[in-house]
Write a protein that binds this ligand. Structure first.
Ligand SMILES: Cc1cc2nc3c(=O)[nH]c(=O)nc-3n(C[C@H](O)[C@H](O)[C@H](O)COP(=O)(O)OP(=O)(O)OC[C@H]3O[C@@H](n4cnc5c(N)ncnc54)[C@H](O)[C@@H]3O)c2cc1C
Length: 483
């Protein structure tokens, strides 16, 4: 037996817990708060030395319909309307049961965050712009992005820790599940920083360890696309998914990979950190430039209004890569195109090179970025000809200037997803299920571990990653897990 703590309780690894939570992030913190408030004895285990998970690095933009804030601002909205829009944006591919569960419980979760000090920016709710917009303003974010949500959750978890319902075990990984002869989960195997392993008894286990977007090997194995951008929470290496599958579960959504319409990466080697983003939103900044793929061809009208259309078109381009190409007159006249950067900062970036390239001629520019020089010259010529005739071959309408006089510029944009597409299959009670749809007793999963393929379908549906994490964590802790 290990030593009892100051209150006389057995050490954490010798107790039997009502609920062991793998991951103290968006989902796990929410579940711990509400399970603890119900009087459950909860062990919250995280590989990292701190609480918060992806909320420490994410934008934390969430959506909810029928909130008190919308009512105060005179915005008519209902969960039914939100659900219909999630179906519209995802073209019917979002998991309908999970979407309904998340959307119909989102307002209560959002109001709870606000009641507990969520420091929102003033001009929300908004329609969302980063993704295909909603038609009703139901998109929110905090002054400190995801950290604004983390602050609320951590303070509430600490209340439960003080009450003695929740025990935290940080810098500790869950590396295995314990199952009885019938396959029911009865505990976990933990591993502390010094490599020491322990078997811990649990009546229920919640897999809330996020996805695999910090694991390049698993990312590519899951969706057949390399992990281009290094932006995920570094501890999210997909072990929760592997454990769920080993316990009998299976994956959904592997065929739903979708990338954003491009990031500026710091390095040519991937995964690479993201250093910024070109404003490719025509409603915010109508484009002056053209977009050219690795075959030196344009592939879309650059002022295509649909974010979803732009993203899906990029998905068909080699290496999900393109260059924003323009000349010096455009550089001097057009509004700076990198978010938050001045023209001077951009000029400085072209001195540093990658992913910024400048050359005196189009031929030299093409050689410098590694695409066919004759192809680029022909593409620019065709664009200029169409512009002069007022008939662009992609139907582009905004064409303020020709691209004709050097120096010429190219900025490399890389399509990438920073979240996990594939995830564990669960039933309507968030129980991990086997291929025959029977639940693995005692085992639940929620959060990014379910994958964007289920939570958002074949689209980026605004706020439908972080918000379901918060909702599902709350529902599991509050009522779905039987202690
Ligand atoms: C840059 C970025 C921006 C984003 N912006 C948005 C956005 O604006 N809107 C939106 O809806 N979504 C967004 N997302 C996605 C969203 O934030 C995440 O999907 C969500 O927060 C994940 O929550 P989670 O609870 O599943 O996992 P997390 O919050 O990541 O928690 C998982 C926890 O599990 C721990 N863990 C991992 N492995 C183990 C292990 N073996 N044992 C114990 N603990 C383990 C981790 O340390 C982590 O703390 C963004 C993601 C990124 C990376």
């Amino acid at each position: 037996m290990g030593e009892a703590n100051a209150c006389g309780a057995a050490p954490w690894h010798e107790r039997e817990w009502d609920l062991v939570i793998m991951g103290a992030g968006t989902t796990g913190l929410s579940a711990a708060i509400f399970a603890g408030a119900r009087g459950g004895r909860v062990l919250l285990v995280d590989a990292s030395p701190e609480l918060g998970g992806s909320l420490l690095v994410a934008h934390g933009q969430i959506s909810a319909a029928g909130t008190k804030l919308q009512k105060q601002k005179g915005i008519h909205d209902t969960p039914e309307m939100h659900y219909e829009e999630a179906l519209r944006i995802s073209k019917g591919t979002i998991d309908k049961d999970l979407a309904r569960l998340a959307i119909f419980n989102a307002a209560e979760t959002f109001d709870w965050l606000c009641d507990n000090g969520y420091d929102l920016v003033p001009d929300v709710p908004s329609l969302s712009n980063a993704h295909e917009p909603y038609s009703v303003a139901r998109y929110y974010w905090g002054k400190d992005w995801g950290r604004s949500i983390a602050k609320v959750l951590i303070a509430k978890v600490e209340e439960q820790v003080a009450r003695g319902t929740v025990t935290q075990q940080l810098s500790t990984r869950i590396v295995g599940l314990v199952q009885d002869v019938d396959g029911a989960v009865t505990g976990v195997v933990t591993e502390e920083g010094d490599g020491r392993r322990r078997r811990v008894r649990a009546r229920n286990v919640l897999l809330a360890a996020g996805g695999y977007a910090a694991n390049p090997e698993m990312f590519e194995r899951m969706v057949g696309v390399p992990l281009f951008a290094r932006a995920a929470y570094p501890y999210n290496k997909g072990l929760g998914i592997e454990l769920g599958v080993e316990a009998g579960g299976f994956l959904r959504g592997r065929d739903r990979y979708l990338s954003n319409f491009g990031w500026l990466l710091r390095d040519d080697d991937f995964p690479s950190p993201i250093i910024g983003r070109v404003n490719t939103y025509p409603n915010e900044r109508p484009p002056w430039e053209i977009y050219v793929n690795m075959n030196a061809r344009r592939f879309i009208r650059e002022d295509e209004p649909s974010v979803d259309q732009r993203e899906h078109t990029l998905l068909r381009q080699p290496n999900l890569r393109y260059w924003v190409v323009f000349d010096d007159a455009i550089f001097q006249q057009a509004p700076p195109m990198v978010y938050g950067w001045t023209r001077e900062q951009m000029a400085e970036a072209f001195n540093r090179q990658f992913p910024f390239t400048r050359a005196e001629t189009l031929d030299q520019l093409a050689r410098a970025i590694g695409i066919d020089p004759a192809g680029l010259v022909a593409t620019v010529k065709a664009y200029n000809t169409g512009r002069a005739a007022g008939r662009d071959y992609f139907g582009r309408l905004h064409m303020p200037a020709a691209i004709e006089k050097g120096p010429f510029y190219a900025i490399r944009q890389q399509g990438a997803s920073v979240t996990s597409t594939a995830g564990l299959a669960v039933d309507g009670e968030l129980r991990v299920i086997r291929p025959d749809r029977s639940p693995v007793k005692g085992l639940y999963a929620a959060g990014e571990i379910l994958g964007s393929g289920q939570l958002q379908g074949d689209a980026f549906v605004g706020g439908m990653m972080a918000m379901p994490c918060l909702v599902f964590g709350r529902l599991l802790g509050e009522k779905m897990i039987r202690f």
